[in-house]
Design a protein around this ligand. Structure first.
Ligand code: VGL
Ligand code: ZN
Length: 218
């Protein structure tokens, strides 16, 4: 396959939530989630060597966060509820609690090339999947301003989980006008509820997001 032309320095790699709690053994384990680490390390070193930017996001919830099933009486992980801020909130096991081991990046993720870390979901009452906006679809994380101020117009995304944080980050990126790519071998899905992995691929395609193997960027 011919390489996908990525222009530097006008491109950024967005590494989404490669944290222990989303990796095998973690609280909200994504099957084989750690498989994303090697392709992301390769992409990060490529981007850094060409003058592109590398951003990592970190799910960063306070104890008792609204997205935790344990915060809602009688609710179990996987069930839905609504909150003061959003109509539909899927409930998760407690995960990525601020400062915990589970919230740290996977130990093999090379954070050397990372220029900016965006933490999200740090307000007790509001969840955040996208790297750009929290789930009220209004509260900005600041990432768009960072990228636009550097004249970055193309993004390659990878990380966890393909059907939540990567999906909503890529959809927002496309809606904000970035040429948006997802590196297919650098993502893994939780697939909760079942079918959400397939739905994610469909939504990405409809939004004009290009899905390609990480090797195609090299
Ligand atoms: C995520 C569920 C809850 C993710 C974060 O990183 O995809 N999923 N919090
Ligand atoms: Zn979360």
């Amino acid at each position: 396959m011919p390489p996908i032309p990525i222009r530097f320095p006008a491109s950024a790699l967005i590494i989404v939530d490669v944290q222990n709690d989303f990796c095998p053994g973690g609280a909200l384990e994504v099957s084989k989630g750690d498989m994303v680490v090697q392709p992301l390390n390769r992409l990060a070193s490529l981007f850094a060597s060409k003058g592109g930017r590398v951003v990592a996001t970190q799910d960063w919830h306070p104890a008792g966060h609204v997205s935790f099933a344990s915060s809602h009486e009688g609710k179990k992980p996987g069930e839905l509820t609504h909150t003061a801020r959003v109509k539909e909130q899927i409930l998760w096991p407690d995960h990525c609690v601020q400062g915990s081991q589970g919230a740290r990046f996977h130990q093999d993720l090379d954070t050397g090339p990372v220029n900016l870390i965006i933490r999200k979901g740090f307000r007790g009452g509001l969840d955040s999947y996208s790297a750009f906006f929290e789930n009220d679809l209004q509260t900005s994380t600041g990432l768009d301003g960072f990228l636009k101020s550097l004249s970055i117009d193309a993004l390659v995304l990878g990380g966890l989980a393909a059907d939540y944080c990567v999906l909503y980050s890529a959809l927002d990126a496309a809606a904000l006008g970035y040429k948006t790519f997802v590196a297919s071998d650098a993502v893994r899905a939780v697939d909760i509820p079942e079918g959400s992995a397939e739905r994610a691929m469909k939504l990405l395609g409809e939004a004009g997001v290009i899905i390609a193997m990480s090797k195609e960027f090299e």
